[in-house]
Design a protein around this ligand. Sequence first.
Ligand code: GTP
Ligand code: MG
Ligand code: ZN
Length: 302
Amino acid sequence: MPEGLIIKALSGYYYVLPDAPGADSVQCRARGVFKIKGIMPLVGDRVIYETEESGEGTVVQILPRTSELIRPPISNVNLAVLIFSLVEPDLNLTLLDKFLVHTESSGVDAVICLSKLDLLESEDRVLSCGFTIAEIRSVYEQIGYEIIPVSIKTKEGVQRVRDRIQGSISVFAGQSGVGKSSLLNAIMPRLQLETGSISMRLGRGKHTTRHVELLPLEKGGFVADSPGFSQLDFMQIEAEELGKSFREFGSFASDCKFRGCLHAQEPGCAVIRAKQEGRIAGHRYANYLQFLQEIKDRKRRY
Ligand SMILES: Nc1nc2c(ncn2[C@@H]2O[C@H](COP(=O)(O)OP(=O)(O)OP(=O)(O)O)[C@@H](O)[C@H]2O)c(=O)[nH]1
Ligand SMILES: [Mg+2]
Ligand SMILES: [Zn+2]
């Protein structure tokens, strides 16, 4: 039976791109057994499928996944391109840190694009989050994240993003209206993905993109556009795991006095000490504490 890649999922159908070069995607249903087992095929899944005479197919097996993201729902990506606009909507560092927890805990590398650079009258402007671009860069680059300021108007950063995603399987993720589809159009003008405007009243996008879809890149690899979202809750991560998703905590956490230290108020916590010494950014630590509380509150609800 042939193998292929799910490039789109829509209304109960999975669109499987056969491995054979030049072939069109096959519209497939999934075997009922997946539902019973509680495993649903995801965009990004490599699958084995069979075709019927009608030309439609059935997904019969999902091959093991190398990674799995919940938001956006996609498997087997090795890079998440997190798009955060500097303004319209305003940059939200708490949401960014939450996304980073999600990618870290899923074992997916992340690049951060700061979009709509052209809308800032000066790059030195202090943003509503209280930082300048230079300050944000300094914090996140030190942790080990690549930061790419971009604009589809001036084309700044576009080539850098194009180079970065070349050859890999990546997904563009971020809030609605930050410019994910616009940036993809700038990278590959032939795509002509639909883009939307920002609601003046709400100051955010209108969910123009409705589904996750993998798009083949010209020189190899795939990139997925995805619908924007504003909420991200911690459905799977445990309190003990959270600290591991903050890359910069790692080198300090091994010096904490207690094993299983949650870096909240434990005596002899090396992470708290590092924060006091300015070696961990204050807002990152504050977000850590907020997420820890959210995880504890979630547990209490069940
Ligand atoms: N000035 C400026 N506007 C931009 C830029 N990038 C995107 N926009 C505008 O932002 C609006 C939203 O862009 P989209 O590409 O639809 O945003 P999206 O992230 O795909 O949104 P969803 O599909 O709803 O998740 C559109 O009006 C774009 O023209 C940019 O670099 N500069
Ligand atoms: Mg879009
Ligand atoms: Zn600690």
